[in-house]
Write a protein that binds this ligand. Structure first.
Ligand code: PFF
Length: 456
């Protein structure tokens, strides 16, 4: 069984696919607006610390669990523990993949929709963000537009995942990730050469510590998880196709570096343009869909840059969405012995259907609420705010306390012998972060997200 399982074609292919999973709407849509709302540079600094002390150690553990067992999250916990509690943690991961993908695809659809709107010329005549906001509200308020682009986005995701690990996911990542970096570089050059761009650079570079509150620290910590695709077994599943000859520690470091660099680059491209146009950096979730179109309208060559930007967003969303579907598919292929095509069609189809009420949350179902949240926000809340941090906490606890230390270290050293010999202190530090620092900090995020705010 194990010998038939698919593998990545190369270490480079794995890095690009995993970075593709990490780099998504989180980096290009969410990171800039939460940085904008929380004071810019000071927030970025806290976020970088969270990535280093929680994201990096937990990412190594997650990939390692996958690589050691060569299984999806349910199979991986079964193989390492045979304990019902841990197996159910694997199930929660599969469930989170299913839930996140359902609404992620709706926003993914918007990104494609905005590419089309740009081509139609709709993004070139705004005087201010309020006008761009009107277009945004009209588009997401339109049932056909919303479901139509959700369908197109989902079809693309299924098309890639059906082709398998090497022929689908790895190939798509190898094509799309370089395009993404290339587009981002062009947008940064455009941004920093605008008149008045330096205010945007300063915003990301000169910290205003007064903006840092307990709340913003928790937001940074929560985002560290989401942006690295941690806590639901996506990195575990990608790790399960990795060769034992490759180095898990340096691979994780490369994924973290790429993800962080791309978030910072997106921040630079966006804030230089926003400041150059004198607009508000703290516009919130609408920054990308309302403020930026106004920025594009006012700049020379704006239609071209708008096209590039929404294409960038669509690519980023697509390479993340395929990792979400792969978690679900890997479970049905490994554990229930489905063939890949059947698993993609049936479970992709069910996930697509679950996305429909999310798409309708912006129009006909906007009045339907559960605990004051519409359907879209409810699913997002359950998955991103509860399941991901909880899963991350459990993965840190499992690696730090449950998995036999001798076995785990032997697995970690496979492919990384030189690294652990050259830097003997690395083992102790990694374990300390996994055992104590990550679980305590994640528990704080989780409690805060559930409403027991420590900010008072
Ligand atoms: N990391 C993705 C982003 O930043 O948009 C989101 C994500 C993908 C979260 C895959 C979790 C996951 F398993």
């Amino acid at each position: 069984m194990v010998q038939n399982r698919e593998v990545w074609g190369s270490k480079f292919g794995f890095i690009l696919a995993a970075a593709g999973s990490a780099v998504g709407l989180g980096n290009i849509w969410k990171f800039p607006y939460i940085a904008g709302e929380n004071g810019g540079a000071a927030f970025v600094f806290v976020y970088l610390i969270c990535i280093a002390i929680i994201g990096f150690p937990v990412l190594i553990a997650e990939i390692l669990i996958g690589r050691t067992t060569q299984k999806n999250p349910v199979g991986a916990f079964t193989a390492l523990s045979h304990n019902k509690f841990w197996i159910s943690i694997g199930f929660l991961g599969v469930l989170a993949g299913f839930l996140i993908l359902s609404f992620y695809s709706v926003i993914g659809g918007w990104t494609i929709g905005y590419v089309i709107e740009t081509l139609k010329g709709s993004i070139s005549s705004f005087n201010d963000p309020a006008e761009a906001g009107e277009l945004f509200n009209a588009l997401v308020g339109n049932v056909g537009w919303n479901i139509g682009f959700h369908t197109i986005f989902f079809a693309l995701v299924m098309f890639i995942v059906i082709r398998g690990v090497q022929g689908g996911i790895e190939r798509a990542s190898k094509i799309m990730m370089p395009i993404l970096v290339f587009i981002l570089v062009i947008l940064i050059i455009r941004g920093v050469t605008l008149k008045g761009a330096s205010a945007g650079v300063m915003f990301l570079w000169v910290p205003d510590w007064s903006k840092i509150t307990a709340e913003s620290i928790l937001i940074a910590l929560g985002h560290a998880f989401f942006t690295l695709s941690l806590g639901m077994g996506a990195m575990m599943t990608y790790g399960s196709y990795m060769s034992k000859k490759d180095n898990v520690v340096t691979s994780s470091a490369q994924i973290v570096t790429l993800d962080t660099l791309i978030a910072l680059m997106a921040g630079l491209a966006i804030f230089t343009a926003v400041f150059a146009s004198g607009l508000d950096p703290a516009a919130g979730p609408g920054l990308i869909f309302q403020t930026l179109p106004a920025v594009f309208s006012s700049m020379t060559g704006g239609t071209f840059f708008s096209l590039l930007f929404f294409l960038l967003l669509a690519i980023a969303a697509l390479t993340s969405a395929i990792s979400l579907l792969e978690v679900v598919v890997a479970y049905f292929v490994d554990e229930q012995k489905w063939n890949r095509k059947g698993a993609v069609i049936i479970f992709g189809g069910i996930t697509y259907l679950l996305g429909i009420p999310s798409a309708l949350s912006f129009n006909v179902m906007s009045g339907v609420t559960f605990f004051d949240l519409n359907f879209f926000d409810l699913i997002d809340f359950i998955a991103s705010n509860i399941l991901l941090p909880f899963g991350g906490l459990m993965i840190a606890v499992f690696a730090g306390w449950v998995w036999s230390r001798t076995e785990m270290m032997a697995a970690a050293k496979e492919g990384a012998e030189r690294l652990f010999e050259t830097y003997p202190w690395f083992e102790g530090i990694w374990l300390m972060f996994l055992k104590f620092i990550a679980p305590v900090l994640i528990a704080l995020v989780l409690l805060n997200k559930l409403g027991f705010s420590i900010t008072g």
